[in-house]
Design a protein around this ligand. Structure first.
Ligand code: URA
Length: 205
């Protein structure tokens, strides 16, 4: 088979998967979220980023990492010399989980059962894309990919081998950077994040 043909099949498989995910009821989160926010990017991307779950803006837009965390992510990627268009970007959990407080919807962390239920989709996405390297952004993504609870401090800076044979790295979630109140510490942590992304780029070179 030609590469193009394989690519075409992959694209079709991915589109069918995304369509199926739009009707997902594997856990209860679909009941309150606006829509499934599926992964996006080239179906043959060498690099996959996995976040936690869509936020308020992602839930409304239907695209991953388009809100404040997405802007922070884009800026760090640019500084590390990674073109986001060359990566496949997805989330461990594909529906927005939140608590309603007045008019605001406040993000709440997905639990183990929700992560577990949604793992099926990540597995399917990984089967299609088969990235050379996967980056877990934060502890929820790391938990989903590694299949166990890890701390960022313990899992960072290590090459992880996943059950499906893929290679993974773990770094912080961009939202974590947005929540650091002290300017100096926020700068330091941001530089560390960019440093991790530079290592990702070197690993792919
Ligand atoms: N945070 C995530 O983990 N994913 C998104 O898509 C947006 C914010």
């Amino acid at each position: 088979k030609s590469r193009r043909e394989v690519g075409g099949n992959r694209q079709a498989a991915w589109e069918a998967l995304r369509e199926k995910a739009a009707h997902c009821t594997r856990c209860h989160l679909y009941k309150h979220a606006t829509q499934t926010v599926f992964g996006e990017g080239h179906v043959d991307a060498p690099l996959m980023f996995v976040g936690e779950q869509p936020g308020d803006q992602e839930d409304l837009a239907g695209h991953p990492f388009v809100g404040p965390a997405g802007q922070m992510f884009n800026q760090a990627l640019a500084e590390a010399g990674i073109d986001r268009a060359t990566a496949y970007v997805t989330n461990a959990v594909k529906h927005f989980k939140f608590e309603q407080r007045g008019k605001r919807r406040i993000h709440s962390k997905p639990d183990g059962a929700e992560i577990e239920a949604c793992k099926w989709w990540i597995g399917q996405e990984r089967d299609i894309v088969q990235p050379k390297l996967t980056v877990a952004l934060g502890a929820t993504a790391a938990r989903s990919l590694l299949g166990r609870v890890v701390t960022i401090s313990g899992a960072r800076g290590i090459q992880h081998r996943l059950a499906d044979g893929g290679e993974a790295m773990v770094t912080v979630h961009p939202s974590f950077l947005l929540r650091i109140p002290e300017r100096d510490r926020a700068d330091t942590e941001y530089r560390r994040f960019v440093g991790d992304l530079k290592r990702v780029r070197e690993r792919l070179a």
